[in-house]
Ligand binder design. Structure first.
Ligand code: ZN
Length: 338
């Protein structure tokens, strides 16, 4: 049946799998799952905070958002959803996690509440996509801009593709008041959905005219992120190279550009986030996935989760890593050792 399998994965299989994964997550408040490991206090309608279950701390920097179904620690950087939490904290496999979430193991949310949340979420997503498309529409070709200078500083010597542009855009906005921060320069990478429509943008914010990434340590000692994604982040990807039935997936845009420079005839797709690596929605034309991982614990865990996720969709999946002395593909390109 090998031949049948090759062309036989239907988009229905992938859609059904993704639907099951989403349903598994939507059935619970993430805080009910995390509360088994750390005590959480309410901080907003659907936001909670507590001591981080992943690192030792005395003041709470671990945030849980039941609206988004996500958690994030400002201290150690751990972040993800119900699935990544259970994989990391209870050492379950991706598939075991989905099964557990679909069972009676955790308290579930009422159907009525779920319908309401779904409608709210769809509205919020549409608004986020509008913001991302606005950022993209204000961007300009990268040639001769700080975006190009940044790419060159990372050893990327090939002409940049259409999907990489330069933009001046705010790092933050307040959805309630409509207030926005001041504009910063950024390399903008287009995020495309399963149909190829631009539904998001990952901005790599830049400093020193593009010679380095934006870096700032806040007053409380936490670091401001250089990369922010806008629009639809889950399921979308920053695409490089020609379309093909074999896609190579990686975490970050610098790695994606590096791999594309080395393998220009291949399809390289960037998930734009460690937690996003298992969640890219792949069109039914793709029948083989290779994961180009990062060489650290978080990178290897993400690849493991991704292998399980894509194999679960009936896709043969393999993984490969840079040489052991390099953290990621771009470090390897530039000879920057750990
Ligand atoms: Zn932490």
């Amino acid at each position: 049946m090998a031949g049948a399998r090759k062309g036989g994965r239907s988009s229905a299989d992938a859609a059904e799998f993704n639907r099951l994964v989403q349903e598994a997550k939507d059935r619970h408040n993430l805080s009910d799952i995390i509360s088994r490991h750390t005590k959480l206090k309410k901080r907003g309608p659907r936001e909670l905070v507590g001591l981080c279950p992943f690192h030792q701390e005395r003041s709470p920097s671990f945030e849980v958002n039941d609206g988004k179904g996500t958690y994030h620690c400002w201290g150690c950087g751990e972040a993800g959803d119900a699935i990544t939490f259970l994989v990391k904290k209870e050492r379950l496999t991706f598939i075991q996690t989905v099964e557990q979430l679909l069972g009676d193991f955790f308290p579930t949310i009422s159907d009525e509440e779920r319908v309401k949340r779904k409608a709210d979420d769809e509205k919020a997503m549409a608004a986020r996509i509008t913001i991302a498309r606005d950022i993209w529409s204000r961007s300009v070709p990268a040639a001769g801009t700080p975006a190009e200078i940044y790419a060159r500083s990372r050893g990327i010597t090939i002409p940049l593709p259409e999907t990489v542009r330069f933009v001046m855009t705010p790092r933050w906005r307040n959805d309630e008041t409509g207030e926005v921060g001041r504009d910063y320069p950024a390399m903008a990478c287009a995020l495309q959905d399963v149909h190829g429509a631009i539904v998001g943008v990952q901005c790599v914010f830049l400093a020193a005219g593009g010679r380095r990434k934006y870096e700032r340590v806040r007053e409380d000692g936490t670091k401001a992120k250089a990369k922010l994604s806008f629009g639809m982040i889950v399921g979308s990807a920053f695409r490089l190279g020609p379309p093909s039935d074999h896609v190579i997936l990686c975490e970050g845009p610098e790695d994606g550009l590096t791999l594309w420079q080395e393998m220009p005839d291949r399809s390289i797709w960037v998930a734009c986030g460690t937690a996003m690596l298992p969640r890219v929605a792949l069109p039914s034309s793709i029948n083989y996935v290779s994961l180009a991982g990062d060489n650290n614990d978080a990178g290897r865990a993400a690849v493991e989760a991704a292998v399980a996720a894509y194999m679960g969709q009936g896709l043969p999946t393999t993984s490969f890593y840079p040489d052991p002395e390099f953290k990621d593909w771009n470090d390897q390109l530039r000879g920057v050792r750990v």
